[in-house]
Write a protein that binds this ligand. Structure first.
Ligand SMILES: [Zn+2]
Length: 150
């Protein structure tokens, strides 16, 4: 592994959104347009990535950078308010923070494991451990605080 410019190389593990193969991605090489090792389609980290019961632990444990997970459901109105905020946030913090989304209806095991009772619930994970949590839709500034105050 070679580090460029002395910065520690960050890594994330995400499933390809097309073929679901797990890929490890160097976040300091995002400008090189990472592609899925299996199907060759681009791995896009400038937007929230979908995470499921099957790959949740790989994604959380495989990230060297903080991960913000949005536990949501399609029928939840506050979640719809939160969605564009998270899209923006992911875009602006590409390479620094991974934004992930868990559909709590389709992934009940993960929702249950983390005791999700209200949605949206945002949980910040750092090096695989929960470091902060917030229930309910939050404005952009609060989202930033959630990351630093943990
Ligand atoms: Zn793929």
């Amino acid at each position: 592994m070679k580090a460029s410019g002395g910065e520690a190389a960050g890594r994330v593990t995400v499933s390809c959104q097309f073929c679901l193969t797990l890929n490890k991605v160097d976040v300091d090489r995002l400008s090189h347009s990472p592609k899925c090792g299996s199907c060759g389609k681009p791995i896009l980290l400038d937007r929230p990535v979908r995470v499921t019961d099957d790959d949740f632990h790989n994604v959380i444990d495989g990230a060297d950078i903080p991960v913000v997970v949005d536990f949501y459901a399609d029928w939840c109105a506050p979640c719809k308010i939160m969605a564009p905020v998270l899209d923006d946030f992911a875009h602006e913090h590409i390479g620094e923070v991974l934004v992930a989304k868990v559909d709590t209806d389709r992934n009940p095991r993960t929702a249950q494991k983390f005791g999700i009772r209200g949605i949206p619930t945002l949980i910040v994970f750092k090096l695989g451990k929960e470091s902060n949590r917030r229930i309910g839709a939050v404005p952009r500034e609060e989202l930033e605080k959630l990351l630093v105050s943990s």
